[in-house]
Design a protein. Structure first.
Length: 85
């Protein structure tokens, strides 16, 4: 891999999620984050989430995403096995 992904988030366009219940929204965000990390872990040198804490919403806030189970960060190294925080 020859690149590093910087400033990514789990935000989706409003039109994609506007009619979802809170439960559906959270499931979509969880799956979206998982798919992004799987791609980043196998096809790049690494990644940087948008920010650790952000008042603009959970989709920009890595700390809340981890705490609420929407984002599972890799355990280290080049493994594609994602671990629970």
């Amino acid at each position: 891999p020859m690149c590093c992904v910087s400033e990514w988030s789990v935000a989706l366009p409003l039109g994609v999620t506007k009619d979802y219940s809170e439960h559906e929204f959270r499931n979509v965000i969880k799956k979206f984050s998982q798919l992004q990390l799987e791609a980043f872990e196998t096809a790049t040198h690494g990644w940087f989430f948008w920010t650790w804490k952000d008042s603009a919403g959970i989709v920009w806030d890595m700390q809340r995403c981890i705490e609420e189970g929407l984002l599972k960060v890799p355990g280290g190294g080049r493994s594609t096995d994602l671990v629970n925080p």
